[in-house]
Design a binder for this molecule. Structure first.
Ligand SMILES: [Zn+2]
Length: 359
């Protein structure tokens, strides 16, 4: 008993010892050179830029065939493109927040990404090459004016040589990459937005291509706009975010597993109320996506594995489907759609989703 009576006192004296004796480091590491840290910071930030550009090039190369092969299904939403993404120092500092303009290891305009199979790739342009021009905005304006006038696009290398390109017509759905480790993607009805986490988690390009097709399907079917109307009716507090970014790839509640930020059931319910047709839209996007991908020559046999990736990263998706069907249902639906597509191919029928109405 005596031992217990003394215990609190011992505890207090141990704390006092901690505060007094452990306030700072005890050992002495070698002193650091400030200029060495700055040089390392610049080197690492250059690496960030390089890996971001490589990821963007991969994404745009995967997306190019889908955007090009489905021009007829995109109706009026098409545009001329040479498959090139340009960047300047200011652009990088905007995209990768925290990067200071002076840390970007180049000046002027540089090619950030060249989509494989595009006119830019056919002309031999490579990412990392510098071009003549003050900034991206200036070159973009000049190219747009030229494309309107003569349907060509002329670029000038820093040594003065000119490259004249003939743009392709593709679906008008710019593909964007954001630095976030979430395994997800969404569309606002215009751009297709991908999270870096998805590209890091999925090594197979065919699976990423399905995601491109899924988001394009949402945009073509105008799901985000329909979502806006529906959420305006229900008036949930998530209205803004649903209206702004309808057409996710997976429930953002893979968070349910504790992988990302915690989400309360109340907020799940509100989101469900804000987008009552969510599941039906997701089913439709999955279905149409398989057609978009098949039409662009993609390997639709590989796509089932993508949903397995979702199950592994968010196990709750195997039994909880809030805005999306549960992943087992999505896999079975993909198999059925694939069988339908293969039967159409075998009988020489047009590859269009059942009930598709051309706009
Ligand atoms: Zn979706």
């Amino acid at each position: 008993m005596l031992r217990f009576r003394f215990a609190p006192l011992l505890l207090i004296s141990a704390c006092a010892g901690l505060v007094g004796g452990c306030a700072g480091p005890v050992t002495k590491a070698p002193p650091l050179d400030r200029s060495a840290i700055l040089a390392e910071q610049q080197r690492q930030q250059a690496q960030v830029i390089e890996s971001h550009a490589q990821m963007l090039e991969r994404l745009q190369s995967i997306a190019w065939p889908v955007l090009k092969a489905n021009v007829d299904m995109c109706g009026k939403a098409t545009r001329a493109s040479i498959g090139l993404t340009l960047t300047d120092a200011r652009d990088f500092s905007r995209q990768l927040r925290g990067l200071r303009v002076q840390d970007v290891p180049f000046a002027g305009v540089t090619i950030a990404a060249v989509a494989a199979g595009s006119p830019a790739a056919a002309a031999g342009l490579k990412s990392g090459e510098a071009l003549q021009g003050k900034n991206v905005m200036e070159i973009g304006k000049a190219l747009n004016a030229e494309m309107k006038k003569s349907k060509t696009a002329t670029l000038t290398r820093t040594d003065g040589t000119q490259i004249k390109l003939t743009p392709d017509t593709i679906c008008a759905a710019p593909v964007r990459l954001v630095q976030s480790n979430q395994i997800n993607a969404y569309t606002n009805g215009k751009s297709l937005v991908f999270y870096a986490g998805l590209l890091r988690a999925v090594a197979d390009d065919a699976q990423i291509q399905l995601v491109v097709a899924h988001e394009l399907a949402h945009a073509l079917l105008k799901h985000p706009r329909k979502g806006t109307i529906n959420s305006a009716v229900s008036g949930g507090w998530l209205l803004g975010s649903v209206a702004g970014s309808g057409g996710w790839l997976i429930d953002t509640f893979s968070d349910l597993t504790g992988q990302h930020r915690p989400v309360s059931y109340r907020s799940l319910g509100t989101q469900l109320a804000a987008w009552p047709y969510g599941r039906a839209f997701e089913r439709e996007a999955d279905y149409v996506a398989l057609y978009l991908m098949a039409r662009s020559g993609g390997d639709i046999a590989k796509v089932e594995q993508l949903y397995s990736t979702f199950s592994k990263s968010g196990p709750a998706s195997t039994w909880i489907g809030i805005s999306h069907p549960i992943t087992p249902e999505r896999i079975v639906a993909v198999r059925a759609a694939r069988a339908e597509i293969e039967a159409k191919r075998a009988s020489g029928k047009a590859l269009l989703p059942e009930g598709w109405r051309q706009k």
